[in-house]
Design a protein around this ligand. Structure first.
Ligand SMILES: Nc1ncnc2c1ncn2[C@@H]1O[C@H](COP(=O)(O)OP(=O)(O)OP(=O)(O)O)[C@@H](O)[C@H]1O
Ligand SMILES: [Mg+2]
Length: 231
């Protein structure tokens, strides 16, 4: 299977005062194009750190990260900004929606910097909101929507640019288990339609089971990987 993400012996050491924290201690893994991978493990095990390294949000201390054939670890900040804009979508636990903007404006904002007209951006935003089941909430501000709906706006915002890879860190963290399962089902549906690759961090094993593969991490190391059985 052709891999889109290749991680080779990545280390991340944080220094706080005199203390060194070895957050990642030699992580190697691969993700195939179109695959949906979940990363799970205890609090403080290095899940978010790994995702941030993959997305080029923070530098690695050692090791290599190759995405779509490009070495992330050796890019400078300008190259990283462009790489992220062209290839990557993020879904966070906190939705980070702009409170004064409507749902469609919050989604359309992802399409700034592309030289598209405002009307085209809003049209694409409305299409994506329809895909996440929010056609009738396009004019609502975040405060006028439920948590699950706000999360779906966040997903629409991440996906509207049609990124090749989606990184999601606890995307259902603020939701009850039923809404959480719905959000995962939705991410799965959209990324299958758009043939995208997903790496999702979750501490919820039931949600991780929705992925094609689960990577278990503990103390900054991968301790187990398993392919999920599908019914
Ligand atoms: N910016 C930072 N500076 C210093 N230490 C950090 C920093 N970020 C994370 N760490 C440390 O690195 C380790 C891994 O943190 P990380 O956030 O990756 O854990 P996690 O698996 O995502 O946990 P959680 O499930 O609680 O979100 C922890 O010991 C944490 O204290
Ligand atoms: Mg985390």
């Amino acid at each position: 299977m052709p891999e889109i993400i290749k991680v080779d012996k990545v280390h991340k050491i944080y220094r706080v005062g005199e203390t060194l924290v070895h957050a990642l201690a030699g992580v190697s893994m691969q993700v195939a194009r179109g695959e949906f991978v979940a990363i799970t493990g205890p609090s403080g095990s290095g899940k978010s750190t790994l995702l941030n390294m993959l997305a080029g949000l923070e530098p690695v201390t050692a090791g290599e990260i190759i995405i779509g054939g490009q070495h992330i670890e050796s890019m400078n900040e300008n190259e990283l900004v462009r790489f992220r804009r062209e290839n990557i979508g993020f879904i966070f636990q906190s939705y980070n929606l702009i409170p004064t903007m409507t749902a469609e404006e919050n989604v359309a904002i992802s399409l700034m910097f592309r030289g598209e007209s405002r009307s085209l951006r809003l049209e694409k935003a409305r299409k994506m909101l329809a895909l996440v089941g929010l056609s009738d909430r396009a004019q609502n501000k975040p405060s006028q929507m439920s948590g699950g709906q706000q999360q779906r706006v966040g997903i629409a915002r991440a996906l509207v640019v049609n990124p090749k890879i989606i990184f999601a860190d606890e995307p259902t963290g603020n939701l009850d288990s039923k809404s959480g399962a719905e959000v995962i089902a939705l991410i799965k549906k959209v990324v299958r339609e758009q043939k995208q690759t997903v790496v999702m961090v979750t501490h919820d094993l039931a949600l991780a089971q929705q992925a094609d593969r689960i990577i278990y991490i503990k103390d900054g190391r991968i301790v187990k990987q398993e392919t999920t059985t599908k019914d």
